[in-house]
Design a binder for this molecule. Structure first.
Ligand code: BG6
Length: 487
């Protein structure tokens, strides 16, 4: 790629990111089956437990929910922001900002309602085809996540989720269908969103119900199946279209030692290895020694066949993508008082950093550090596919939103991205999270907004669903137009 004045390369993929279960709605339309995310209820503020990304869901809970009419209760992910019916309007707004790329996901149960069918749901396939064609109209490249925190509920309840090896075949079948169908319309793919979530919330990450999710063997076996499925997808994709670029996706967490006590430094190193273990497997193609040691120490014994090892080794990812929201401190001694929340992490507060309203620590320099660290380690192109500020926005009477705090946040992070590029990091693009307001993954609320576009809806589904441009909309538009030169 050509460098212009040492800043963002020509062809840099500026854009935004969304996920099917947080925007589409229409959970029971177009032949879609129930998704694991359709079981997630709104979490009122007073019930939000520290450091948990949602609760685990048990078989009883699912049965209870399904014994009631589906119209009952507050399940915001079932309604999203109605992208299913309004995608043309939304894509037009993205194009107005000059997006080069839109990261979005395919809802697996829209294509295979139960997950174990042999014939896909044509209506679901057609929906995404129409979305991709609409993007093409505006020269917006789709970046498609195959599995963003959801799967057909049936695979969780009737097969035990990813603990079951059969899931590799079901997933491969789904991937085969979409890779063939969207050849020529899509070039960039991601396999599993934040694959490290599987070990943090096995229900959302891997469809494992609460009853089985405390068993570490179960969880790491499920993760292993996902690694194999991801590598198999890379193999399949490359055989279907040599133009396909297939990446992995990690929730990145930089850990700084709390002090220069070597014990703290060692703890930070271990925490870092644990965060990077997922990408090590997907990018280097094997389980590193430190994680084998962790498995030994925790009596974790996995079934890994020779063929699995071969698939992992031969089919590493083309690029590495990750979400970046925060950093935390690591210490040999966790002091409850110093604990701080993150998206899927809990850690120790850094006195040098400020927090968002949800307690996430804001650290733009950490982004530069992570870019350097990951590039040094893997020497593969990187892609920041999530970053952004969740905040309470106020819609004024004249339908404007003055979100200078969001502009400041993004500007600071993008400055650090530019610095990392100067450091020599190969960065493909940047898709800010929730480029249009959407349902929060962790709390299922609407009040926490990330977008450049305001969506008139509250936590209970009241509102016109009208879209309004925030001040950040115009700022991002200018930034893209200048390819990041006018920071
Ligand atoms: C990431 C997820 O962890 O963080 C997204 O990939 C999510 O799906 C985002 O929405 C922000 O988290 P939250 O909980 O604020 O929606």
């Amino acid at each position: 790629m050509n460098r212009q004045n040492n800043t963002f390369p020509e062809g840099f993929l500026w854009g935004g990111a969304i996920a099917a279960n947080q925007v589409e709605g229409a959970f029971d339309e177009g032949g879609k089956g129930l998704s694991t995310m359709d079981m997630i209820e709104y979490v009122p503020r007073e019930n939000r437990s520290k450091g948990k990304i949602l609760d685990l869901i048990s078989k009883n809970q699912v049965d209870n929910i399904l014994s009631n009419p589906l119209s009952e209760g507050n399940f915001p992910k079932r309604r999203g922001i109605d992208f299913y019916h309004r995608y043309k309007e939304d894509i037009k707004l993205f194009s107005e900002m000059g997006f080069k790329v839109l990261r979005l996901s395919i809802s697996w149960p829209r294509i295979f309602p139960n997950g174990d069918e042999s014939v896909p749901n044509e209506e679901g396939l057609k929906f995404y085809e129409n979305v991709f064609l609409e993007l093409k109209k505006y020269n917006i490249e789709p970046l498609v996540t195959l599995c963003h925190y959801e799967m057909p509920l049936h695979l969780a309840t009737n097969y035990g989720g990813w603990e079951n090896r059969k899931l590799i075949d079901f997933f491969s079948n789904y991937v085969d269908v979409v890779f063939n169908r969207y050849k020529g319309l899509v070039k960039y793919w991601l396999t599993f969103n934040e694959i490290n979530l599987t070990t943090i919330n096995p229900y959302i990450g891997a469809g494992i119900l609460k009853e089985r999710s405390t068993d570490k063997n179960v969880v790491y076996q499920a993760l292993h199946h996902q690694f194999v499925a991801s590598a198999s997808a890379v193999k399949l994709g490359h055989s279907i279209d040599s133009e396909y670029k297939i990446g992995c996706m990690l929730a990145r967490l930089e850990n700084y030692p709390e002090t220069c006590d070597p014990e703290d430094v060692l703890t930070a190193l271990k925490d870092d290895q644990y965060n990077l273990f997922f990408t090590d497997v997907q990018s280097r193609g094997y389980y590193p020694g430190y994680i084998k040691n962790y498995f030994n120490e925790n009596n974790i014994e996995l079934t890994i066949t020779d063929e699995d090892e071969h698939i992992l080794k031969e089919n590493t990812v083309d690029f590495i993508s990750y979400s970046y929201y925060m950093t935390m401190l690591s210490s040999k001694k966790i002091d409850e008082e110093k604990k701080v929340n993150g998206n899927i992490f809990v850690g120790i507060r850094n006195p040098y950093l400020k927090n968002t309203e949800w307690g996430w620590q804001i650290d733009p320099i950490g982004l530069r550090i992570s870019l350097n660290k990951l590039y040094d380690r893997y020497q593969k192109p990187l892609f920041i596919v999530e970053n952004g500020l969740g905040a309470i926005d106020k819609l004024e009477e004249d339908f404007t939103v003055h979100d200078e705090y969001r502009i400041d946040y993004m500007k600071e992070h993008i400055i650090q991205m530019a610095a990392a590029i100067k450091d020599g990091v190969e960065l493909m693009g940047y898709t800010s999270w929730g480029c249009i307001d959407l349902i929060s993954a962790s709390t299922s609320e609407m009040s926490k907004r990330y977008g450049f576009i305001y969506v008139d809806q509250d936590d209970f589904g009241n509102g016109t669903l009208n879209r309004y441009k925030k001040d950040s909309f115009y700022w991002y538009k200018d930034l893209i137009k200048s390819n990041g030169r006018n920071l």
